[in-house]
Design a binder for this molecule. Structure first.
Ligand SMILES: Cc1ncc(COP(=O)(O)O)c(C=O)c1O
Length: 437
């Protein structure tokens, strides 16, 4: 008889990530066009740029030895300096404008590790984290695993609705639960999953709200700006971090995965000073430093214009793909005839599609079954809502990062066919939906 194996509470409360579902679908349906996974544009992979940086690094014996040695837990100093300058340049600031320095930068194994570490150093089971609804579903997984109560605030075309956030914080204060609120998480540029960006007035309101409601403890903002550098239209907005000149209220998370290459799996954070030591203690237990070789490589790419040149080309590529996708949607679901609405992002990789409530999009729904039969996969909108709030079931996230232009057009044709199988278009009356253009 086998002796039972006892798993930890953490293992029990960690659910299977939704990504497993998409991988399974892709394996079972080889003809599938997947707009589900958040993969980046394969045609823009920076092979030449990485090769040039790599060759120059390996040609220099000392540089090669340093790169192949262990690094520090906080990350390669020269890269942290460059990251600081890079982040300040994005906000057109100089080091004298802010109270943070390269000492407040930590390099992590993707920004995902930063999100996890922040959870580990700040959150106890039963604490409250507030997120946008919908939001980055992998982050919900972290919160579930840590036993956190996730509450949500709806969005419109300006991002998180700060008036709703204020009402939520007021209610929590009245019920005596404000002391459990530790973090407000926002993906504030071209959000995964909606493609929406937090407007400047909302940024100011968000910062003012955390300051006002930080009574017995500080409520921090976790600004996940993973897609910030992928703007291809419109006017840039300053980061929340740049509004936090004293480095007290905002943890900024960024990554090289989206603007450079996810295979390098290197992200970074800029933290309020008190958080660095506890974070490094815990990161020390995780790995005592992220991949040192990759950090040295990226450092070399940031020395010249290898990095910047690549990001410019990538933006052009995503603009063209965004156009192909939204044009195909407009042809398939003409606005005057169809109630189906979608966002038109000014950057990033995601379009959010909203069907009428009759078209449910979740696994097992008639629409999803029809879409799979037609050979197209999307992320069901319900996956992107935390369980602590309403979970609409008639939306979808479409990623245009990985698919070719032909595949994007074909995927939309298949979505249209699947939608008509579920609900004949002529039976649908025209309705308006907030937040989707
Ligand atoms: C909003 C957001 N944050 C963080 C990440 C994590 O990316 P990485 O760990 O590769 O930096 C992703 C990846 O898709 C993301 O979409």
């Amino acid at each position: 008889m086998t002796v039972p194996l006892e798993l930890s509470t953490r293992a029990h409360q960690t659910e299977e990530p939704p990504i497993s579902y998409f991988i399974q679908q892709a394996v079972e349906n080889p003809n599938l066009i997947s707009l589900a996974a958040g993969l980046v544009d394969p045609d823009s992979t920076p092979i030449d740029e990485v090769k040039e940086a790599l060759e120059s690094m390996l040609r220099d014996p000392q540089a090669a030895k340093d790169a192949l040695q262990y690094g520090t837990t906080q990350g390669y100093g020269p890269l942290r300096e460059k990251i600081l300058r890079h982040v300040l340049a994005l906000d057109q600031l100089s080091p004298n404008d802010v109270a943070f320095s390269a000492d407040d930068v930590v390099i992590t194994t993707g920004s995902q590790q930063l999100l996890y570490l922040i959870g580990e150093i700040l959150l106890n089971p039963g604490d409250i984290v507030i997120t946008e609804a919908p939001s980055y579903f992998v982050y919900h997984g972290i919160l579930g695993s840590l036993g956190i109560r996730t509450l949500t605030v709806p969005m419109d075309e300006q991002g998180m609705k700060t008036d709703e956030l204020e009402s939520l914080l007021t209610r929590l204060e009245q019920s005596g639960e404000l002391a459990r609120v530790k973090l407000i998480y926002t993906v504030d540029y071209f959000q995964n999953p909606t493609g929406l960006t937090l407007s400047m007035p909302r940024r100011q309101e968000l910062l003012a709200l955390v300051q006002r409601f930080s009574k017995s403890q500080r409520i921090l903002i976790l600004e996940d700006a993973a897609y910030r550098e992928l703007r291809f239209d419109g006017v840039d907005v300053p980061s929340l971090k740049s509004l936090d000149r004293g480095n007290e209220w905002v943890i900024l998370g960024l990554t090289f995965s989206k603007p450079l290459a996810p295979g390098l799996k290197t992200g970074y954070g800029i933290l309020p000073r008190e958080l660095m030591a506890p974070l490094l203690r815990i990161k020390g237990n995780h790995d005592f430093g992220s991949n040192n070789f990759t950090q040295h490589l990226i450092d070399r790419m940031l020395r010249g214009d290898l990095y910047q040149g690549h990001v410019e080309r990538l933006r052009m590529s995503y603009r063209a793909k965004r156009n192909t996708l939204v044009n195909a949607l407009a042809m398939e679901f003409p606005r005057a005839l169809s109630p189906i609405r979608w966002t038109t992002p000014e950057g990033g990789m995601y379009v959010w599609l909203r069907f009428p409530p009759e078209i449910e999009t979740g696994p097992g729904s008639r629409f999803m079954e029809a879409a799979l039969r037609e050979g197209v996969l999307y992320v069901p909108g319900a996956f992107c809502y935390a369980k602590g709030g309403p979970v609409p079931n008639h939306e979808a996230r479409l990623c245009y990062g990985d698919a070719s232009h032909d595949e994007l057009r074909e995927a939309v044709r298949r979505l249209g066919k699947a939608a008509r199988e579920v609900l004949p278009m002529e039976k649908i009356t025209i309705r308006r939906f907030g937040g989707c253009g």
